[in-house]
Design a protein around this ligand. Structure first.
Ligand SMILES: [Cu+2]
Length: 147
């Protein structure tokens, strides 16, 4: 009984937290050999009325996950780790090659096209959002109107 009540309370808390939590859309990663680094790309949407920031990412299939930002310095592409990515209220942020991206460090298994890579995204608001990164060679197509 106690366990059931605890689970119920947890479900309520989750529902409340999920209400305005940021959403992860079109998450994908690229194929990678075991032990190497895989990039992670997605769109973060914030349906809430308050700005939020992505501050951490964890995946059971990576020894660590870093948040990076790529930029061009003259003709050289550079990337650096960032500690937070702001997601404006009612806005969205795209993670894509050449811009913000996740780095799944030392993946614990080979990533092949069609695999999914689960991850948990933590936000400054305290929201924790689960996502599945689909391993693919190209970004997932925009969702078709009737599917
Ligand atoms: Cu990077």
């Amino acid at each position: 009984m106690r366990t059931a009540l605890t689970a119920f309370a947890a479900a309520l808390a989750f529902a409340a937290a999920a209400h305005a939590a940021p959403q992860v859309q079109a998450a994908w990663s690229r194929p990678a050999a075991q032990g190497t680094t895989a990039g992670g790309y997605m769109t973060l949407a914030n349906p809430g009325a308050k700005a939020d920031s992505l501050v951490a990412v964890e995946s059971p299939f990576a020894s660590a996950v870093q948040i990076h930002q790529s930029s061009m310095h003259g003709a050289m592409a550079m990337m650096q780790a960032v500690t937070a990515v702001p997601v404006p209220a009612g806005g969205r942020v795209t993670f894509a090659p050449g811009g913000y991206h996740l780095m799944f460090l030392a993946v614990t298994r080979p990533l092949k096209v069609g695999d999914t890579l689960p991850a948990t995204l933590s936000f400054a608001s305290g929201a924790k959002v689960k996502a599945s990164f689909v391993v693919a060679l190209t970004p997932p197509a925009a969702p078709a109107p009737k599917r």
